[in-house]
Ligand binder design. Structure first.
Ligand SMILES: [Zn+2]
Ligand SMILES: [Zn+2]
Length: 331
């Protein structure tokens, strides 16, 4: 039987509900109509999987609630779209295959990254400065993992298929949680084309405008890792026997995100291990509850709940691959 939670509340002006909760439980309060409203206190616990949140204490708005049963999140309050994920992609499903447009975008992305790398090497050779570009590349590799985690967290938790620009990525990642094994059936260019497109638009202007070996050392490695992060992700879902030995060695060495680490992302409570380049940030981000803090900020500023606050439902839970679905990998 859940603990009894009690709080006191009186609204003054521009009421933004804030809850003071003496004991664990209630879900986050109603979305704030006025983001600027100050708060008496925040919910200490918003989910049974979550830990205590220590947040600043404010003023003016108080509310009262008594709970004697386990709180239920109201799906009507979620600012997400209803799922359109009905059936898993099947073998030779067009949605898993590469098109010439996908291949063209991958070619553009790779070209911009290689141009950046070439400018780095050329400028380093001309200036006899090698250490700084190499260090910049290492920083780019480490930050690419962090960037992949932030992006993955955002599209796992917010928006839907009709969200401008990111809609198809959001739908693909949400479908990925239901049928994670399909990523190993997705063709290469299909899998990374969206990131290749983003890399093209970001790196091309840098290629044209700058010649610094340090800048290009950072940009080439960081953008390359981000572009290929979806391939690293696919490898993290593959079986050991199907992976090329060099990939297996890089996973085992922690250079690429490991299969075991990413498998934890696909288990309850579905709110950790978001990073998919090397996974080096996962432990830090999860231990310090960085994404949970960001979710609280988004909720109190915008009134939007992340998908991970809902009880795990059929959209999160993995649907096991059935014998009816052909297991032959796409070529
Ligand atoms: Zn995910
Ligand atoms: Zn995955």
């Amino acid at each position: 039987m859940p603990a009894r939670a009690t709080a006191t509340a009186t609204a003054n002006t521009s009421p933004a509900p804030a809850v003071s909760i003496a004991q664990p439980l209630p879900p986050p309060p109603q979305p704030l109509p006025n983001p600027s409203t100050t708060l008496q206190s925040y919910p200490r616990h918003r989910h049974r999987h979550r830990h205590r949140q220590h947040l600043p204490s404010p003023s003016r708005v108080h509310c009262s609630t008594t709970t004697t049963t386990k709180p239920k999140h109201n799906p009507a309050k979620l600012v997400i779209e209803p799922s359109r994920l009905q059936t898993p992609p099947i073998f030779n499903d067009p949605s898993l295959q590469s098109t010439w447009s996908h291949r063209a975008w991958v070619a553009c992305g790779c070209t911009t990254v290689l141009v950046s790398l070439a400018k780095c090497v050329t400028a380093a050779a001309n200036s006899h400065m090698w250490l700084e570009p190499i260090l910049a590349g290492l920083v780019g590799y480490v930050l690419a993992d962090l960037g992949s985690g932030v992006y993955h967290w955002a599209i796992d938790n917010y928006g839907g298929s009709t969200t401008p620009v990111f809609g198809s990525q959001i739908e693909a990642f949400q479908g990925h949680h239901k049928w994670p094994w399909t990523i190993t059936r997705r063709q290469f260019a299909n899998n990374i084309q969206a990131l290749a497109r983003a890399v093209t638009f970001t790196v091309l202007p840098i290629d044209l405008a700058f010649n610094s070996p340090v800048l290009h050392g950072f940009v080439a490695v960081c953008s390359g890792c981000i572009m290929f992060s979806q391939q690293f992700h696919a490898w993290a879902h593959s079986t050991k026997s199907r992976l090329p030995p060099p990939v297996l060695a890089l996973q085992d060495a922690g250079v690429l995100v490991s299969r075991s680490q990413h498998a934890a992302h696909h288990r309850q409570p579905y709110n950790n291990n978001y990073c998919i380049v090397s996974g080096v940030w996962n432990e830090f981000l999860d231990e310090h509850k960085v994404f949970e803090a960001l979710e609280m900020v988004v909720f109190f500023k915008l009134g939007v709940r992340p998908r991970s606050w809902t009880e795990p439902n059929l959209d999160w839970a993995e649907e096991i691959e059935t014998p009816q679905i052909l297991r032959t990998p796409l070529i």
